[in-house]
Design a protein around this ligand. Structure first.
Ligand code: SF4
Ligand code: SF4
Length: 104
């Protein structure tokens, strides 16, 4: 199945499956993960929580990078816990688990 996604011109190329995540954004632009489905309220299309980090030229998960940007009513003391839970939920640090093949 083919799907058109729009990437930032400076986004890094997607690494191979299992290699370290480089924030290419391909997976989150293709479809939201389970946490992203909660945030976005849908199971298809780009995740609403995805954020472009222009300074570092990579995408970041907004739930991890800025939980209050996603949930403005989240109390400040709960931010570290929200980050920790999000990191665990999205499987951060486990390498790229997206078997998508981007075509230019
Ligand atoms: S998990 Fe893979 S596809 Fe998703 S942002 Fe990281 S490197 Fe890109
Ligand atoms: S990792 Fe974050 S930005 Fe990516 S789909 Fe999941 S919730 Fe959305």
């Amino acid at each position: 199945m083919h799907q058109i996604i729009y990437l930032q011109p400076d986004a890094p190329n997607k690494p191979a499956w299992g290699d370290a995540c480089n924030g290419c954004g391909v997976c989150c632009l293709a479809e939201p993960c389970p946490l992203g489905q909660l945030v976005s309220g849908r199971r298809r299309g780009a995740c609403d929580a995805l954020r472009w980090d222009a300074e570092h030229a990579r995408y970041r998960c907004g739930v991890v990078a800025d939980p209050q940007g996603i949930w403005p009513r989240l109390p400040a003391p709960a931010v570290p816990l929200a980050r920790r839970l999000a990191l665990r939920w999205i499987g951060a640090g486990g390498g790229c688990d997206a078997d998508l093949v981007p075509l230019a």
